[in-house]
Write a protein of this length. Structure first.
Ligand code: EPU
Length: 430
């Protein structure tokens, strides 16, 4: 299995490009199931999770083809045509769902457009139990009949069409809101989703569905209103930049950079992350082309306390990366994880590199400025693996990050991007 090898201590300088957002691409590609023809998606990141979604959509009877895209900086274009979904059996099999929980995003579109779905239950994952009970309850409220059968969610819609409904989520759920948004777009009548997730990716999905002909208002706020329509038509759309990849590069630049431009990101999606970076003393400027970070050689970073929250709060997907910033900071930082119950798997690995981190339940206390030393490390999820790469950039000596497939799920060619701005980092094929 491939590994990433880093020789720490190099200064980063130059421009680093942000790719299309994984967590926008996944619901958007799934939304292709809703339309009457072939949709074209530009700026699709080249990630394992995206190819898993491609495989799943093929399995569900879509034609998925790629085209090289001259207009979007050489990044990938996918064309998805749901041309024979009725013949393909409406099944998202365990083999695919177990490799990517976001496979559950086909449930809403299948229920809405075809009135049938059989989707494997994802089960727990490394960062927490992550049930989908809120997705299922909302679909039931819209008239779907759901039973659990040998690990599968078996869904059918009597009379073929969901009905609009008032949905109140117990807590904001990102993929839950996305599933119900897609379901409501083609339901009969009006739906209101309360306590909806406000993440930019949810808003992007609503923009796209409206382009397809849906009637959605309020996405990006906690209350979304949807007037169901009869039909949605195919569109062409470029996926927004990945705010978590951008945030990861901001931290890299803050701890190891001299002058780095994180290119083509959307600063308005990074408010909470930038606010915390500023509190810790990192100097940044928003430019037309992105965010410029002026790192400082003396690593004059101050401790910073962080509590993860649903958007617009501080994202759980940046918690592990901020832990590395805290390791480099003067003083004691407190990081509290409120979204997932088991998202500190990077801590034992960072400790092996010399970090001083104490965990008490969902709180991590980090005493900064302990020298980090390169080591062989591995993590069991995507953002934890990204934090180990960041730690490797500032550690003394050689760091090997194993289980690179976690990184490949959510970061497009991270080693090439970091190498281009001066990191000594390479992928070693096993
Ligand atoms: N939850 C339930 N029941 C449900 C749904 C969620 O109890 O039916 C709980 C979860 O267990 C969690 C909380 O609600 O405690 C919020 O989870 P949410 O549903 O919002 O998470 P998700 O939709 O499964 C997405 C991202 C994650 C990101 C979270 C939180 C995608 C494909 N995934 O997951 O991204 O961490 O929102 O922002 O959008 C990542 O990219 O590394 C990643 C894990």
């Amino acid at each position: 299995m491939d590994k990433i090898v880093i020789a720490g201590g190099q200064r980063l300088r130059g421009e680093i490009q942000v790719s299309g957002a994984k967590n926008a691409a996944l619901p958007l590609l799934a939304s292709s199931l809703l339309s009457t023809g072939a949709s074209t998606w530009h700026n699709v990141p080249n990630l394992n999770d995206v190819s898993t979604m491609g495989k799943l959509l093929r399995r569900l009877g879509c034609e998925v083809s790629s085209a090289s895209d001259a207009t979007a900086d050489g990044q990938d274009t996918l064309i998805i045509h749901p041309y024979r979904v009725e013949k393909a059996g409406f099944t998202a099999p365990y083999e695919l769902v177990k490799t990517m929980r976001a496979s559950v995003l086909v449930l809403g579109p299948l229920a809405a457009r075809y009135g049938r779905a059989r989707v494997s239950l994802p089960g727990g994952c490394a960062i927490g139990a992550r049930p989908i009970d809120m997705h299922l309850r909302a679909l039931e409220a819209m008239g779907a009949q759901i039973s659990l059968d040998h690990g599968y969610v078996d869904l059918s819609v009597p009379h073929g069409r969901l009905r609009g409904s008032n949905i109140v989520f117990d807590v904001p759920t990102v993929t839950g809101t996305e599933n119900i948004l897609m379901a409501a777009a083609l339901a009969r009548g009006r739906s209101v989703i309360e306590n909806a997730a406000r993440e930019p990716e949810v808003e992007e999905l609503a923009i796209v569905l409206n382009k397809m002909g849906a009637r959605i208002q309020g996405a990006g706020t906690a209350v979304i209103q949807v007037e169901g329509v009869e039909e949605l038509h195919p569109i062409e759309h470029a996926i927004l930049p990945d705010r978590i990849e951008a945030g990861t590069f901001l931290v890299a630049a803050a701890i190891a950079g001299d002058d780095v431009l994180v290119k083509d990101c959307r600063p308005e999606h990074l408010d909470a992350v930038m606010a915390k970076l500023r509190t810790s003393g990192v100097r940044m400027e928003i430019e037309e082309g992105g965010i410029r970070v002026f790192g400082n050689r003396d690593l004059d970073i101050q401790a910073v306390d962080v509590t993860t929250q649903p958007h617009p709060g501080f994202p759980t997907d940046m918690q592990a990366q901020f832990m590395v910033l805290a390791c480099c900071a003067h003083g004691q930082s407190v990081i509290k994880e409120t979204i997932f119950e088991n998202r500190f798997m990077h801590v034992p690995e960072l400790s092996r590199m010399g970090a001083d981190i104490h965990i008490d339940g969902r709180v991590a206390i980090i005493r900064g400025r302990r020298p980090l030393a390169g080591a062989t490390v591995m993590a069991t999820d995507l953002r934890a693996s990204a934090s180990l790469v960041l730690a490797g950039l500032v550690a003394k000596g050689r760091t090997e990050v194993l289980r690179v497939y976690h990184l490949d799920r959510g970061y497009e060619r991270i080693e090439r991007k970091l190498r281009a701005i001066g990191a000594h980092i390479e992928r070693v094929e096993a």
